[in-house]
Design a protein around this ligand. Structure first.
Ligand SMILES: NC(=O)c1ccc[n+]([C@@H]2O[C@H](COP(=O)([O-])OP(=O)(O)OC[C@H]3O[C@@H](n4cnc5c(N)ncnc54)[C@H](OP(=O)(O)O)[C@@H]3O)[C@@H](O)[C@H]2O)c1
Length: 223
């Protein structure tokens, strides 16, 4: 399987690319800074220089040519203010969907966020704007007609992965290691029966493959 990853130099993105390559798949995606190409190559991850904001839909479609799936795991990360959040988190996923449709790539996994994430912390206006943009992106992908999966991870950590998660249509928001999000994405990409659904994932107590099995087969043992 060849996967085109937007955000491939990011925390989840590079873990995802490395995990895909480790299991014999291919991963590639655009990075904004030339030095990131060498940094990823040091880990055996190929990339191209590109920015989803400046690449046209046709250029993105060309770049993903031959891919079996696309993953959007980019984010402004609070840098650049609300305009950057709107452009990357809000509009980026739709642009990627348009490019995927043009390139004939049907499978699309969007990394989103729990709607109730950190509500108890009474976050600032920029965070609320981020949440609105993530929901906008979800809504547009759901309408795209592609073979989409939206994965909402809870708060991300750089702790080592455990290989165990809680995954389902609704979960309690806690924390999850980026390693475990990446591993979940790998297994979801290889589970074509999981399609057109929104899943929430957080650190938990179920082996990832078992948790994914339980999504499509409720009789599957999930604990
Ligand atoms: N942080 C959390 O707790 C949390 C919780 C739930 C969901 N999420 C979501 O999880 C996803 C990944 O999180 P993460 O921590 O892995 O993010 P990250 O480390 O900030 O990585 C995001 C990547 O996106 C890239 N990017 C930004 N704008 C781009 C553009 N215009 N074109 C190409 N690439 C671009 C960044 O490039 P540069 O390296 O050039 O900056 C960066 O490498 C995000 O969508 C985020 O909203 C985060």
């Amino acid at each position: 399987m060849k996967v085109f990853v937007i955000g491939i130099a990011g925390g989840i993105g590079r873990r995802l690319a490395k995990a895909l390559i480790a299991r014999g798949d291919e991963a590639i995606g655009p990075v904004r800074r030339p030095e990131q190409i060498d940094q990823l190559a040091d880990h055996g991850v190929p990339s191209i220089q590109g920015d989803i904001l400046t690449m046209s839909v046709a250029e993105l479609a060309q770049a993903m040519h031959g891919s079996d799936a696309v993953v959007f795991t980019a984010g402004a990360g609070g840098k650049g203010g609300p305009a950057a959040t709107s452009a990357i988190d809000g509009d980026g996923p739709r642009k990627l969907a348009n490019a995927a449709a043009l390139a004939g790539v049907r499978r699309y996994l969007l990394v989103s966020v729990f709607p109730e994430a950190w509500r108890e912390r009474h976050m600032n206006d920029n965070f609320e704007h981020y949440m609105l943009q993530k929901k906008k992106a979800e809504t547009e992908l759901v309408r795209s007609g592609l073979d989409w999966v939206i994965l909402r991870p809870s708060a991300l950590t750089d702790d080592p992965g455990t290989g165990m998660v809680d995954l389902g249509l609704a979960q309690t928001h806690r924390e999850i290691a980026r390693d475990d999000v990446a591993a979940t994405i790998v297994d979801l990409l290889h589970a074509p029966e999981v399609s057109r659904t929104i899943l929430e994932v957080t650190g938990g107590s179920t082996v990832i493959a078992t948790a994914i099995g339980a999504v499509t087969d409720p009789s599957h043992e999930s604990r």
